[in-house]
Write a protein of this length. Structure first.
Length: 254
């Protein structure tokens, strides 16, 4: 019996190629990420790609602005909000995949200044008012801004400090105001300054404002996207949770 060597080699080549092909086709997930979660999200996306070969394409901004975009048909697969309100609203509006919403982190608010010694451990600088401007995120767009207003009210300084407030469109912009000296101090996300030495800061006690429960949800455009579902699963993994905690967020037990 004669053996067709060319055919045999070709057949073996095909079998080897099939055997080495990944079981799941690598895909892409488009994620709308609240600005406070920028750095953790970047680390998580890199770890996600390494573990699954899927790629997470991240867009950063305020939760309020993202909700408006999503309601108007923006093609995001996943929404990582800085609050629970917007994902819940998206759910009620039929913009999400049912039973996919969960809290991925609880944010911490910090009063921060790039100037050493300006902010003390009790936040009494708020009562002294020894500064020209204080930065916060716009409460209409960002939950960290709401938490800042609540804190100032609890301290009894909301009215006296109102003329000194400058608002950023996101918590990231509020931080930039402080980092560049446009404002002497500001309420920012702990995640933005947790790894930054110097300056002065006061981590606001949780009792002074409502919890900043940051929720994730799978959006309708991602319903049939395996990479989107895989990203949300990875977000709850031990690897992702360790990254989230390292940036100062609270994480509920799994």
């Amino acid at each position: 019996m004669r053996i067709n060597r060319r055919g045999l080699v070709a057949g073996l080549t095909i079998l080897l190629a099939l055997g080495s092909a990944p079981a799941v086709q690598a895909g892409t997930v488009h994620v709308a990420v609240a600005a406070n979660f920028t750095e953790p999200a970047r680390e998580i996306a890199a770890a996600f790609e390494k573990a699954t070969h899927h790629q997470a394409v991240l867009s950063f901004g305020s939760s309020g602005a993202f909700y408006t975009q999503i309601a108007n048909g923006a093609p995001f697969d996943v929404f990582l909000s800085a609050d629970a309100e917007r994902p819940q609203a998206a759910e009620r509006a039929g913009l999400t995949v049912p039973q996919t919403r969960f809290t991925y982190a609880t944010g911490r608010l910090v009063l921060y200044s790039a100037q050493p010694g300006l902010v003390d451990a009790a936040g009494s600088v708020l009562r002294r008012g020894s500064f020209d401007k204080i930065a916060i995120a716009d409460p209409a767009l960002a939950p960290y801004g709401i938490a800042a207003i609540e804190t100032m009210r609890r301290y009894g300084v909301a009215e006296t400090l109102a003329p000194k407030i400058v608002k950023g469109t996101s918590i990231a912009q509020a931080y930039q105001f402080v980092a560049t000296g446009a404002a002497q101090l500001g309420f920012v996300a702990l995640s933005e300054v947790a790894a930054r030495p110097g300056g002065s800061r006061w981590i606001v006690p949780e009792r002074l404002h409502a919890p900043i429960a940051q929720q994730a949800v799978l959006l309708r455009p991602g319903a049939g996207n395996p990479a989107a579902r895989s990203f949300l699963t990875f977000l709850r993994s031990g690897t992702a949770r360790a990254i989230i905690k390292r940036y100062g967020y609270l994480v509920t037990p799994s």
